[in-house]
Design a protein around this ligand. Structure first.
Ligand code: SAM
Length: 283
């Protein structure tokens, strides 16, 4: 088993907050996260931010191929040591946001999964990049701050429901797996974490909705979440016909004039996007 403190000492590595370096030290939690992946030899796994490789080893025991992308070059010698027994792991010293993901997965025929204890400073950009990417991912498993996990898995009508919840549901079926105490990390972060699993899905009613326009509507609707839709979305300069058209659209869709963004399901947003596009507001 990997002893995080020993390895950090051996390679004289001081962890840095700027790169979101909170390393998991509890092997039971690591195995629990990896188990959520239901890994098979036919699986390709991308791990973002392997750290010193504690989770990478557990992934490599089960998956066919593993690519681990670590931005911090100081960690590479330690990673090479902890991963030396595994011939199915490729290490890449790069910023995940700068990589061409397609070229990495090549012509792999099996499932593509991503497992990551995400660096906190860049959680949402990485999640959005993967959700929107062209790569054919099947499952995404992320450990994130508990508050972000709750937003990702939230349903309409709850306080955590946000534009992130809508984006997650647009691409996937989310599951809040379990929470992880801040005591399981070195150094100890200020908040607890949670693991979320996203299974890719395609919803038939989204097929004929313009994606760009859909997200423009979602973003504008949640921009002032305490306001009604008429006062958030309805006041956008790009909305043809402004509040009047929106009022009419809400009527067509059997939605109250006082409705707020947090009450609308993914399908409601899809219907809004389709109907408003017919009024000429589409991008
Ligand atoms: N996987 C390890 C674990 O669970 O103990 C480390 C997780 S730590 C929360 C996040 C890791 O992501 C760090 O090793 C950090 O250096 C790395 N990282 C931060 N930003 C990155 C980026 N843009 N691209 C790739 N790796 C990054």
């Amino acid at each position: 088993m990997i002893n995080t403190n020993e390895i950090l000492k051996k390679y004289d590595i001081r962890l840095t907050k700027t790169l979101g370096q909170n390393f998991l030290t509890d092997i039971n939690i690591i195995r629990k996260i990896v188990n959520e992946g239901e890994l098979e030899p036919s699986d390709f796994v991308l791990e973002i931010g392997p750290g010193i490789g504690s989770m990478t080893c557990e992934i490599a025991k089960k998956a066919g191929r593993v690519v681990a992308v670590e931005i911090d070059k100081r960690l590479i010698p330690a990673l090479e040591e902890t991963l030396s027994d595994f011939s199915n792991v490729t290490l890449i010293n790069e910023d995940i946001m700068k990589l061409d993901l397609n070229s990495m997965t090549g012509d792999w025929k099996g499932s593509l999964k991503v497992i990551s204890n995400l660096p906190y400073y860049i959680t949402t950009p990485i999640i959005m990049m993967l959700l929107e990417s062209e790569i054919e991912w099947d499952t995404l498993i992320f450990m994130v701050q508990k508050e972000v996990a709750l937003r990702m898995a939230a349903v309409p009508g709850t306080k955590d429901y946000s534009s992130l919840s809508v984006a997650v549901r647009y691409y996937s079926e989310p599951k809040l797996c379990f929470t992880v105490s801040r005591n399981c990390f070195i150094p100890k972060p200020e908040v607890d974490s949670a693991v979320v699993k996203l299974k890719k899905r395609e919803l038939p009613y989204l097929k004929d909705v313009d994606k760009e326009f859909f997200f423009k509507i979602v973003k504008a609707s949640f921009s002032q979440r305490r306001k009604t839709l008429l006062n958030s979305l309805g006041t956008q300069p790009w909305l043809e016909g402004g509040k009047n058209t929106l009022k009419e659209t809400l009527g067509i869709l059997n939605l109250k004039e006082t409705v707020r963004a947090e009450e609308l399901s993914l399908q409601d947003f899809a219907n809004l996007a389709k109907t408003l596009a017919q009024h000429g507001s589409g991008v």
